[in-house]
Design a protein around this ligand. Sequence first.
Ligand code: NAI
Length: 705
Amino acid sequence: MSNSVTYECQNDIALIAIDNPPVNALSQTVRQGLLDCMERFDKDDSARIAIVIGKGRLFLGGADIAEFGKPPLPPSLPDVINRIEACEKPVVAAIHGAALGGGLEVGLGAHYRVAAQGTKLGLPEVKLGLIPGATGTQRIPRLIGIDNALTMMTTGQPVLAEKAVSMGLIDKLISGSDIHAGAVEFAAEVLSGDFSDEYQQASLVRRTSERPAPIMPESTRQAWHEKLSASARGEVAAIKALEAVALSSKVDFHQGVQEERRLFMELMDTPQRSGLIHAFFSERKVSSLAELEGVEALPVASLGVIGGGTMGAGIATAALLGGFHVTLIERDQESLKKAGSTIERNLDGALKRGKITEQEHNKLLGTQLVTETNYNTLSEADLIIEAVFESMDVKKMVFEALDAVAKPNAIFATNTSYLDVNEIAAVTKRPESVIGLHFFSPAHVMKLLEVVVADKTSPALVATAFWLAKRLGKTAVKAGVCDGFIGNRILMHYRTAADHMVLDGASPYQVDKALTNYGFAMGPYAVSDLAGLDIGYATRQRRAPIAHPRERYPIYADELYSLGRLGQKTGMGYYLYPDGSRIGVEDPAVEAIVSQARVEAGITPVTFSDEEIVRRYMAAMINEAARVLEEGIASRPLDVDVVFLYGYGFPRWRGGPLHTADQIGLDKVLKDIELFAEQDDFFWQPAPLLKKLVEQGRNFSSLNP
Ligand code: NAI
């Protein structure tokens, strides 16, 4: 018998305990152990009921990721689960901490389920491009109904045990911390007949597979299909989950399980799954940096934020929600008042979504936040984040003032989107204490944090930035100093490729549609409207003195700016936003402005297929990403991928731009760039790293650790 699962019988009760630290993953030894224990239990005359329990901090964490991509080792999980259910004496799953994926499916195989308060029960397979593949899709609708089952499977979000009881997923909530004692008490109830329902048989077993499956009316299936298709952005797993559940109401359990397997195996082989797995592992690796090994983060309890506009107010909100004491500095009382009400509005939203209680909300605003115009109030802050206007002169003034008042070991951070962090650091007497913390808008929502490491930034600051990101529930990626760091630098390049296509004949609306159909959350022109066309204008103005004479210029964008069409905030930009709507409507006037720009530039418009739009956009993105890598601005391809997944609405199931590049084939990407260069050999210069990888027959993945 395996050491990962132990069997012990006391007072009629067989205790089957899983012990596979750290998360009781369902490794081969656990599966075998469970199977052996079920055989033993059925034969053990001294045992009348069994309890399956997990040792350590949770019940079962799910599949063993170390077995991913390897040939499957018997016994299979569905076989183990069916064996549990086939037991002739009752089996209780005693769940604490979490039961996720295959772990919950094991629980579904048991005849009864009890769970400790606060336990998370979830089927997150969809997040890896899969559906539950160990009979879960057929058992769970029988227990909790179609809508609940589909919500769990298609969002991948866990439910808490408290709610699971009302859904019928859990038979009894165990209060207190002793799940073992609670399960023993429940087992006694079952044996004494105090717990019974219509599904129980004389032997006290209660097999979920024998329950009738709920009927799914065609109208329900269609409504779910529409809802899932609208949010899928090309991702297929959620739709397959619907298919599996729809089948459960049409065929018998065993046939349903076979169909589930077929759908599961289909998904196993898709590039989508490979993209999602890449995303999953990249997120885990992104914070593990060799240079930070053994480097301790500095203690940070109080935070200062300078500037309370869009970003500063968002950063202050994130910091308050992360448990920090925050001092916010603005220029004058009026701006201070505005910043205060933005933060209050943000926290109201958090309260509404149930992220904080009313009491916490009041405490955060009442005692955790201080708003001031006087820089002296920052004298005790451990970390001060600057988020004033994107102007080098203003930022230099702020950092000089800060240098004079901050305590000696304080950390200075700038939230600049593009400016040179070395130049900012140089105005202080402590450049080693200056770092870039590039948050994304809205800062209390977006998960990405680019940690910009300047020439003199001390490693302890970098470690602190990664620690801070974790505290704020964000994902940090290390970046080097250049115009735009990792994300905005690459964005500028592919955005330019989009502008070239518009200049040459594509409409901004066609570009946006082609890219959202590809899976992007938004197209570049809808993004401009969201960010504000003044931002792009300011960037073009800033870059004008260094622009190369061969750079092509999107004059239509300046024209829109000068017409006051600044995007959503003015009710019109590339799109119209009537009556404050956030959904843009196409505007023929914009097409006319673009046409006029073509005439002025002497361009004869050509047509672009949607496929070519995507090819050019992706080629530009991949090419610039290769340069960013080669220059060391991003340390590894996976860093670029994580930046785009978390900060730029890149379709997660495609794994990120460089994973996508590998999927397309780097030789094909290079050929595209060479082809496009026949029209514009200034913009389309292949990155040396891309050429080198193609010559060596390697891919970006070979540069990941
Ligand atoms: P904003 O214009 O909304 O806010 C800037 C705030 O700074 C204003 O409230 C202003 O009153 C205040 N301010 C200006 N000078 C000040 C001073 N000397 N002392 C105290 N407060 C002062 O600008 P936004 O969008 O919040 O941008 C701030 C920074 O964040 C910029 O560096 C920008 O590039 C960067 N950023 C902006 C993003 C965005 O999507 N808006 C995204 C990521 C970074």
